[in-house]
Design a protein around this ligand. Structure first.
Ligand SMILES: N[C@@H](CCC(=O)N[C@@H](CS)C(=O)NCC(=O)O)C(=O)O
Length: 197
């Protein structure tokens, strides 16, 4: 199976990290594309043209990132992370919030590189991320103890924010997430999928 992705996408990284955590990292062939530039191939297997897209050996494809993760867990390790899904709707809501935070960050970046930069609109998007992080900092009680799609999603989103917005001091506003992340990023799955410098 082949993962069509970009190496900087936080959505694609969560799939790659999960694959390593499930012990199938080496079975996932990686094909890097730039979805906004040369997308003819991507469009034939995913009409929405986004990464990550998983192409199976029979030619069929699966997207988006959460659906790909569900597929990998169901196919290769159905028991993995099952304890963390005890409160299923809380679990799914957390995953959705992480997606929305990455979406807000992507929009903020686009607004900031416009000429002239759309600072007010970008700040509105960034405020969603700040509120999301504060919510996680204060209410995700099981953060330190669990490895699940949620913790993988948070690790990938947080690292992406540190990389994409180095001018923002994320660390001072969320010491608990930072402490957790400093340990989480040492996992082999995170080290093997580091964002290229
Ligand atoms: N909800 C999607 C979001 C994926 C996404 O937005 N990927 C970006 C790259 S980080 C993309 O492909 N952008 C191209 C586009 O917007 O057309 C997922 O979780 O997979």
């Amino acid at each position: 199976m082949k993962l069509i992705c970009s190496l900087t996408s936080p959505y694609a990284r969560r799939v790659r990290v999960l694959a390593y955590e499930l012990g199938i990292g080496d079975r996932l062939k990686i094909q890097v594309v730039r979805p906004r530039e040369s997308s003819d191939f991507l469009w034939t297997i995913n009409p929405i043209g986004k990464v990550p897209t998983l192409q199976l050996d029979d030619g069929s494809s699966i997207y988006d990132s959460l659906t790909i993760c569900d597929y990998l867990i169901a196919t290769y390790s159905p028991e993995w992370g099952i304890k963390q899904q005890n409160n299923f709707w809380e679990y799914r809501t957390r995953l959705s919030m992480l997606n929305e935070m990455s979406d807000a960050g992507t929009q903020a970046r686009r607004l900031l590189i416009q000429e002239p930069p759309q600072q007010q609109s970008a700040d509105f998007q960034l405020s969603k991320i700040h509120r999301g992080l504060a919510h996680i900092e204060n209410t995700w009680i099981s953060l330190e103890s669990e490895i699940s799609l949620v913790s993988i999603g948070l690790g990938c989103t947080f690292d992406w924010l540190l990389n994409r917005f180095p001018e923002i001091n994320w660390v001072s506003s969320c010491p608990r997430i930072t402490n957790w992340f400093n340990e989480f990023k040492l996992r082999q799955s995170m080290e093997k999928t580091q964002i290229p410098g």
